[in-house]
Design a binder for this molecule. Structure first.
Ligand code: SAH
Length: 369
């Protein structure tokens, strides 16, 4: 199916080129741009100061919204998960997370949006629901931007922070990711500060090098989940391609261009990566690039055998980090009761609809389970 031509990720120059190509005056481009981004109307018919002919010509080939809300699930802690149906019948999920002291320290009334960057994921992390059904396609830049626009409209709330921690590997969808970030950040666009955006990656070292060159002070989070190649190789196949030494070279490079602290995400999985020996290796890794560590107790995925360690075991792991002076938090993560871990809701929806077969994994290996 061909991609829908959305207006939502066009630059001012591209908007102008379209307007001129349709034989209209240049000042119409500025008007169109304001309708798209500043006023965020969802249809061309709402653009009342534009000539009808221009609106008709544009609506013949382009759209302002390409996805529809399929369902919303709310958790008791008021995390809300939005399942969107894309123009080609596939599904993605976007999660709105209310203030969390674990994420923001003392500041309390912020909202974070967790957006998807792909349908499915090709990276096959062994613990993750997103990869279970394989990779379908990249999201366009417009589909990434539209997640924020739609959630703000639907919820009536403003998004303060945006994290690329939904479904997909953002750095594997590099050019669309960078365009989306530019649109989200631009004064003519969504106007979200670069420091309020975090790209999370499983560790595509060459792409981290490349992203470091983008002249915006965005933040970077690494899904580490293992503090030695031995452990990481077992649960994240990407590590066999880009082992820790290469990953950390790219992080040193990143740090030359970015002032904000790096974040390591570390899911605690019982018997797999939760030994105190791993914690001690993690101390060394975090110190080497002055990263802070977010520990996240593993969220159970249907069909996978992994479990989170007991609370005392989680706390013992944390203690190794904090007593070594590594800034670290243990997340009592939100949304546990609405399948909030990466990809789980979409997997459920597409399986129920028969778009994909139930991917309960025959090929999965179980480590330490
Ligand atoms: N591919 C990118 C973006 C996805 S972020 C990345 O790996 O960073 C989604 C985060 O949720 C990642 O840190 C991922 O490892 C984590 N995650 C995946 N499955 C999870 C689960 N069952 N419980 C807790 N965290 C999970």
């Amino acid at each position: 199916m061909s991609d829908i031509d959305s207006l939502l990720a066009l630059t001012p120059e591209e908007i102008e080129a379209r307007v001129l190509a349709l034989g209209e005056k240049k000042f119409r481009a500025k008007q169109l741009q304001e309708w798209i981004y500043a006023r965020r109307v969802d249809s061309l018919s709402a653009m009342t100061n534009l000539p009808q002919a221009l609106r008709d010509q544009l609506s013949a080939t382009t759209a302002l919204r390409t996805m529809t809300l399929s369902r919303v699930e709310g958790a008791s802690d008021s995390t809300r998960k939005f399942l969107f149906r894309l123009h080609d019948g596939r599904y993605i999920e976007t999660v709105l997370i209310p203030a969390s002291p674990a994420l923001y320290g003392e500041k309390s009334d912020r909202r974070t949006l967790c957006v998807s960057s792909q349908v499915g994921c090709a990276y096959d992390c062994q613990f993750c629901a997103s990869g279970l059904a394989g990779f379908t396609r990249n999201l366009s830049a417009a589909e990434i931007v539209e997640q924020l626009v739609q959630v703000e409209t639907l919820s009536g709330e403003r998004v303060d922070n945006l994290v690329f921690m939904g479904m997909g590997e953002p750095l594997a969808n590099f050019s669309n990711l960078v365009r989306a970030i530019e649109v989200l950040n631009a004064d003519w666009g969504i106007r979200l500060g670069a420091r309020r955006m975090t790209v999370s990656t499983s560790g595509l070292a060459p792409r981290i090098q490349q992203l470091a060159e983008v002249p915006l002070q965005i933040r970077l989070a690494i899904s580490l989940h293992g503090a030695t190649d031995e452990v990481r190789d077992q649960i994240m196949p990407v590590n066999r391609k880009h082992p820790l030494a290469e990953l950390f070279d790219s992080l040193h490079h990143w740090k030359q261009h970015h002032k904000q602290r790096l974040t390591f995400e570390y899911i605690l999985i019982e018997g797999v990566n939760d030994s105190l020996d791993q914690a001690r290796h993690l101390v060394k890794l975090a110190r080497s690039v002055e990263a802070k560590v977010n520990l996240i107790p593993y969220n159970t995925v249907e069909g996978l055998d992994w479990r989170r360690p007991s609370v005392p075991a989680q706390e013992a792991f944390l203690q190794v980090l904090t007593s070594a002076g590594v800034p670290a938090t243990l997340r009592r993560e939100k949304g546990h009761d609405i399948a909030a871990a990466c990809g789980q809701l979409r997997l459920k929806q597409e399986t129920e609809l028969g778009i994909i077969e139930s991917p309960i994994p025959a090929k999965r290996i179980t480590i330490g389970g």
